[in-house]
Unconditional design. Structure first.
Length: 64
């Protein structure tokens, strides 16, 4: 396996529940809607903080 591909695969792995939820909301288009509403209302969605909190609360074990 090429090093670049390995690095990309490692960076795409979810660290915890927050990363997984972000991937799902991005794939379904929910994140784009939330970002648009946030921009229009000029109120931050809090997505980044929520993602980090969920990753801290529900981390995935690093499989080596």
């Amino acid at each position: 396996m090429k090093l670049e591909k390995y690095i990309q695969m490692k960076s795409n792995q979810s660290k915890g529940l927050g990363d997984t939820i972000e991937k799902i909301t991005t794939a379904t288009g929910i994140k784009k809607v939330v970002d648009t509403v946030s921009k229009v209302t000029k109120k931050p969605c809090g997505c980044k903080k929520r993602k980090e909190k969920l990753n801290d609360m529900f981390p995935y074990k690093d499989k080596k």
